[in-house]
Design a protein around this ligand. Structure first.
Ligand SMILES: Nc1ncnc2c1ncn2[C@@H]1O[C@H](COP(=O)(O)OP(=O)(O)OP(=O)(O)O)[C@@H](O)[C@H]1O
Length: 223
């Protein structure tokens, strides 16, 4: 069976920059993998996620998703298969429910049916957001709550691959452990495939992750 995601000899540098961020980077991700990408600041962790969901275009090499080169997949279609949650959760000035249902208004999601209100409530509980109601303003939530809401919004699209960029960077210890527990639940109980960027020394309890270190333009699988 094809890997879910296959990156071969990927090279990329930002315009005007002296040195590349990646030079011949390889990565294989299989369905059900839980991948942690670590590395010092500036090594390209966020850039890697951005390239996987086509927010940036590689200079060389290939990124295959389900065997197809992502450069030939329409961006909107790709976005419905791969969900990306940025480091700083973005919410529009509207209710929690409107924020969660926003992606269902995109043409690429026309075939997906939005969840009912009671389903949203149940999901909020699962995401440790029982104190949040669908009617309240999303902008008034804490960063930790927004972070969990952003992950929830991404998952409502039922993506095949979830990309999380430092999902706990702005959180206190308690909120961070909720997000970590959630990630493990999604992988172990629901079989979701995750690539999570982190520079904490987080060690999952329920799952054996594939730990990668990003340095000198390459990914190294840690023992
Ligand atoms: N839009 C941009 N234009 C030019 N250079 C950029 C841009 N974004 C990032 N870079 C540079 O590319 C390199 C990789 O950045 P990236 O944000 O991917 O690193 P990171 O490992 O995610 O860092 P951090 O842990 O601090 O978030 C850095 O040297 C950064 O300065």
């Amino acid at each position: 069976m094809n890997p879910l995601l296959e990156i071969r000899k990927l090279s990329f540098g930002y315009e005007g920059s002296q040195s590349p961020v990646f030079d011949a980077l390889d990565l294989t991700v299989r369905t059900g993998d839980f991948i942690l990408v670590k590395g010092a600041s500036g090594t390209g962790k966020s850039t890697l996620l951005r390239l996987i969901c086509r927010l940036n275009r590689p200079d060389g090499g290939t990124i295959l998703f389900q065997g197809s080169d992502i450069s030939s997949v329409a961006p909107a279609k790709l976005r419905s298969l791969i969900s990306y949650v940025a480091q700083i959760p973005q919410m529009i000035d509207a209710s929690v429910e409107e924020n969660l249902l926003l992606p269902f208004s995109f043409a690429a999601n026309a075939s997906k049916s939005p969840p009912r209100r009671d389903e949203l409530r149940a999901m909020l509980r699962k995401f440790y957001l029982e104190e949040v109601t669908p009617d309240q303003s999303a902008l008034k939530l804490s960063v930790g709550q927004k972070q969990r809401l952003a992950i929830m919004r991404a998952l409502l699209q039922e993506p095949l691959l979830l990309l999380l960029d430092e999902p706990t960077s702005a959180l206190d210890r308690e909120s961070a452990s909720m997000v970590f527990a959630l990630m493990e639940h999604l992988n172990v109980e629901e079989g979701k495939t995750l690539i999570t960027v982190t520079h904490t020394d987080y060690k999952p309890e329920k799952v054996q992750p594939l730990n990668y270190m990003l340095e000198q333009h390459r990914l190294h699988l840690l023992p």
